[in-house]
Design a protein around this ligand. Structure first.
Ligand code: AMP
Ligand code: ZN
Length: 473
């Protein structure tokens, strides 16, 4: 399997540290607001990587942090704490909004079939780990105290800008625009490991540390949480492209300074989802969430399909027109799958393997989901029986996770009802009404009799809170 690595700037053959096992770390959400669908593009594509590794036979252990402290409005060390800003906005405590938006995040993930990682670790529960690592960085002379804060000294590294050869001056404009210069820093690129001298004294969450009462910087949390759960050598670290600098660059600096050796081999970055007017935002323009899409009648999995239609290393533009097109294509795909007959033959293993090869080839090539979907259409077009085609679709969908089989089965049922003789439908509905009446009168013998008549007619009853529904067997 070839996977693009931001460290080497090329697609490399993926080889984990330990044969057959993969350790994977994902930067989790900052839980000060709902996730927008751009954030969720990143999580969908990371989910695809996780699932494809498992599909390829690897045992995967995945860890995700929850950022509930330390992430400032600038990704560098300036601005206001995003959590505090969220708490003020909603007149709640930081921990209340952290819990609310963590739950909301996983609800969104569920709707998009994004699997929950094996370990989910809120930063506020790992303070001891952060202090341990910062202490050692000071001992090793990689960190210093200035003006009450603890800073990482980037001048001690052989190479700080690992992903790109940034010009420091460009960085100042690009990343730290509009924020004050921190005079405590010995070098412009230095970053905070521990804050005590807060610009915002109303910071709610503070902890004791050897350097005074304070709170951790954002970058240290991912290094520590990853090392705690996945050890000293990490296979893959993922995030959106905006995380590459300064967040991941700082993670590498502090982790490798602490460990004294290389830490993570693979860096996977997902390009952004943008709107026509540019960057996706939670504060300006329409705040695009999964719930908003649902309220407009979109199936969240149509959004997943929309994301899978393009490669994760290309930026993607969201418009309702694009989503409408994806939705139409998704519905057409489901209708085509629904038209396959599961009772048409048995699985032809030779055809199965040769058609599966197209999917594997696409996914092995740096997770080319767009070509993987083409491979799915190749199955539909292939000269093979229904059973073989459906087995392949079910197999591919363990990675794509678009609920293709369940949606096709539902469509088949709906079509059966829609295509049934109106006289038969009227008879079924009359019998269902009579059964409900019989049950009301506690005449269970008659109710059972009616059920038996309907079963003979090939009708399966489904009792729900909203009344009895039915489908054809
Ligand atoms: P945050 O909650 O801001 O920490 O971001 C969560 C994840 O979403 C991170 O991996 C970001 O890199 C990623 N992200 C932020 N904006 C976008 C976007 N417009 N498109 C794709 N991913 C994004
Ligand atoms: Zn992170």
């Amino acid at each position: 399997m070839k996977l693009y690595n931001t460290l080497t700037h090329q697609k490399d053959e993926f080889v984990p540290n330990e044969p057959g096992k993969v350790s994977m770390y994902t930067c989790g959400p900052t839980v000060y607001h709902f996730a927008h669908i751009g954030n969720l593009r990143t999580y969908i594509m990371e989910d695809i990587l996780d699932r494809y590794l498992r599909y390829s036979g690897y045992e995967v252990k995945r860890v995700m942090n929850i950022t509930d402290v330390g992430h400032l409005t600038s990704d560098a060390d300036e601005g206001e704490d995003k959590m505090l800003k969220g708490a003020k906005r909603e007149k709640k405590t930081v921990m209340e909004i952290a819990q609310f938006y963590t739950d909301a995040f996983f609800e969104d993930c569920k709707k998009l079939n994004i699997k929950k990682p094996e370990v989910v670790a809120p930063a506020t529960q790992c303070i001891g780990e952060f202090i341990k690592v910062i202490k050692k960085l000071i001992e090793k002379d990689y960190a210093y105290e200035a003006g009450g804060n603890i800073y990482f000294d980037t001048s001690k590294l052989r190479q700080y800008y690992v992903f790109h050869n940034f010009e420091e001056e460009d960085l100042q404009d690009g990343v730290r625009e509009g924020v004050e210069k921190d005079d405590n820093k010995r070098n412009k690129a230095d970053f905070v490991l521990w804050f005590t001298k807060s610009k915002f004294d109303d910071q709610e969450l503070k902890w004791n540390s050897p350097w005074g009462v304070g709170y951790p910087g954002w970058h240290i949390e991912c290094s520590c949480i990853s090392m705690k759960h996945l050890g000293e050598r990490l296979d893959i670290h993922c995030g959106g492209i905006d995380n590459a600098f300064p967040h991941h660059t700082n993670e590498i600096a502090q982790s490798e300074a602490y460990l004294g050796h290389k830490w993570c081999n693979w860096w996977m970055h997902v390009l952004h989802l943008n709107t026509n007017s540019g960057k996706m935002s939670k504060s300006s323009g329409e705040f695009l969430t999964v719930s908003l899409l649902e309220s407009k009648g979109y199936d969240p999995l149509a959004y997943r399909y929309f994301c899978l239609q393009s490669h994760y290393r290309k930026s993607l533009v969201f418009t309702y027109e694009n989503l409408d097109n994806a939705t139409a294509a998704f519905e057409k795909l489901i209708a085509r799958i629904a038209s396959l007959d599961p009772n048409d033959g048995t699985v032809d293993s030779e055809k199965f393997e040769s058609l599966k090869a197209g999917f594997v080839e696409a996914m092995d090539n740096d997770l080319n989901t767009s070509l993987a979907i083409t491979a799915l259409y190749d199955v539909l077009k292939a000269d093979a029986n229904g059973a073989t085609k459906l087995a392949l679709i079910e197999n591919f969908d363990t990675v794509l996770c678009l609920d293709l089989m369940a949606k096709a089965a539902k469509k088949r049922e709906e079509d059966a009802v829609a295509n049934a003789d109106p006289e038969v439908i009227a008879k079924i509905e009359a019998l269902i009404a009579e059964r409900a009446e019989a049950k009301k009168e506690r005449n269970f013998a008659r109710a059972d009799e009616i059920r038996a008549i309907l079963t003979d007619m090939g009708v399966i009853l489904i009792d729900t809170k909203e009344g009895t529904k039915y489908k054809f067997a």
